[in-house]
Design a protein around this ligand. Structure first.
Ligand code: CTP
Length: 488
């Protein structure tokens, strides 16, 4: 089976060799070998490469590891439903980028979308008629709405307004776009864009939950400034993120066994380092600074890696759960540590590793003036703790001379999940971040719970995963890791 390097090299060859591609991407020779080594290209460079190849009749998907000639039979058809928000103008860019990747686009616009962009501009771009009316005799004669709905490989609603999501959730069919959503039998993907308050409103969230439950794929909006001037979640996801999701959805044969816990043996021969649990930073022999981490997610990951055949070093802080045990986890060596410094030392000693997953909630600070005897209450007042920063294990592994090929961090955030986690990924120089919102209660609680809701963040963007058990998240992440290493 082909791996990243083989596919990239084949694509480079197709384009005329290293020098041509360096010129095309505006980079030097070292950049190309860097991409090969890292198994990744910067998103912008990847887009240029894909667009150029599509011009030449080739389809390149570096994530799905596909490089095939495009022929008309293979051209995948996207029925793009544009609904009426200010982000409608971005649908034009999205359509263009999809076409660059070899997708055939047929457009449908709602009445309110036409307040923002014209059917003419979309039609000029796609070279196809743009459909707007449910009851248009000409359109019905040329192509009934049922055929329109089914004559596609995917129905993509982008941008999807709050109103349109509500209509979809309630099965309304009062215009062409909503009728298509009911009539279609192909996968439906929505990329919402709206004001942050509208996005956060329980009505919108309930509609989304209904749609997700029915199997509609969601490309969550991003954090940042929205057109209405408010900051928060509501911006239409970047075209590259939407396109990557479509690539994945339409390449099921390439998809990992997502939520399956069936043992996969794709990590045989790999050494994976996992950190898990909290660290305890002593104040004196009886007191310490700690956090709520239970170690459940990190331990589940160590188990899942072992089930996939990897040799695993699990460096665990103090937890109340057993070491991974059972015949499937014989490959796990658990090292018990207490402080962040001990965890750091154990991790560095465990190198080399092919992959590191830092799931531990490492204390940021240690108490420099911790006592060797129990601190007593004295009349001189409350003791002052002097803190010093702990070594950052994730950042150190990412920049180590023996850097694992794939370094994955976690980000526990209480606000601006996507923005903060993406910034953290860049700051710590790791490849992926698994971000979760912490500090919630009830269904949204994370610490100590068996379920978790996470977002996978990489250089290309983010992908929200549905809430599920920590074991299933571990299985899904391990399937991703396996795909990254591309072992059969
Ligand atoms: N991490 C680490 N060593 C540290 C601190 C954090 O390896 N000293 C790792 C965690 O295991 C996790 C990631 O860094 O994979 C992010 O942890 P988090 O607590 O969210 O980030 P912080 O670095 O503590 O950043 P902040 O507190 O500013 O959010």
């Amino acid at each position: 089976m082909s791996d990243f390097k083989t596919i990239l090299d084949a694509a480079i060859q197709q384009l005329g060799g290293n020098e041509t591609v360096q010129k095309l991407l505006g980079v030097g020779a070292s950049a190309l070998s860097n991409y090969r080594q890292r198994g990744q290209l910067p998103a912008a460079k990847q887009a240029i490469l894909e667009a150029e190849l599509a011009q030449q009749g080739w389809y390149l998907d570096l994530e799905g590891l596909q490089f095939t000639p495009l022929n008309s039979g293979q051209q995948r058809r996207v029925l793009l439903l544009i609904t009426g928000g200010i982000a409608a103008y971005k649908a034009l860019e999205l359509a263009r980028r999809l076409m660059d990747k070899g997708y055939q686009i047929r457009g449908v616009m709602t009445k309110s979308a036409m307040e923002f962009i014209t059917p003419l501009s979309l039609s000029a771009l796609t070279g196809e008629k743009v459909f707007t009316e449910l009851f248009s005799l000409t359109d019905e004669a040329e192509m009934g709405h049922i055929r329109l709905a089914r004559d596609a490989d995917i129905v993509l609603v982008a941008p999807a307004t709050a109103n349109f999501l509500a209509k979809m959730a309630h099965g309304l069919a009062d215009d062409l776009a909503s009728t298509i959503c009911l009539a279609t039998d192909c996968p439906v993907m929505i990329a919402p864009a709206m004001n942050p308050n509208m996005w956060a409103h329980p009505a919108t969230q309930a509609n989304l939950a209904t749609l997700k439950q029915r199997g509609v794929a969601l490309i969550a909006p991003e954090d940042g400034d929205t057109a209405c001037g408010e900051i928060g979640t509501g911006r239409l996801a970047e075209p590259a993120v939407i396109i990557a999701a479509i690539d994945r959805l339409l390449a099921p044969q390439q998809a990992p066994p997502l939520l399956s816990e069936a043992p996969v043996k794709g990590l045989i021969g790999r050494h994976i380092l996992v950190t898990s649990g909290p660290t305890y930073e002593p104040i004196d022999p009886v007191r310490y600074i700690a956090n709520h981490s239970s170690g459940k997610q990190g331990h589940a990951l160590a188990e899942a890696c072992a089930k996939a055949g990897a040799k695993v070093t699990l460096v665990s802080g103090p937890v109340h759960i057993p070491d991974p045990e059972g015949p499937d986890t014989e490959g796990v060596k658990t090292i018990h540590v207490t402080t962040a410094q001990e965890m750091y030392d154990a991790c560095i000693t465990a190198l080399p590793a092919d992959c590191a997953i830092c799931a531990a909630a490492v204390a940021d600070w240690q108490v420099v003036n911790h006592g060797t005897q129990k601190m007593k209450k004295t009349k001189t007042g409350i003791p002052k703790l002097e803190l010093a920063e702990n070594p950052d294990i994730l950042a150190s592994l990412s920049q180590h001379a023996a850097r694992p090929d794939l370094v994955i961090g976690f980000a526990a955030e209480t606000e601006n999940l996507h923005l903060n986690a993406q910034a953290k990924r860049q700051r710590k120089k790791c490849d992926w971040i698994i971000a979760n919102a912490v500090g919630g209660s009830g269904e949204d609680a994370v610490f100590g719970q068996d379920n978790n809701r996470v977002t996978l963040i990489d250089a290309h963007g983010h992908e929200d995963w549905q809430q599920t058990s920590k074991a299933k998240i571990a299985a899904k992440l391990v399937a991703r890791i396996e795909r990254w290493f591309n072992e059969d």
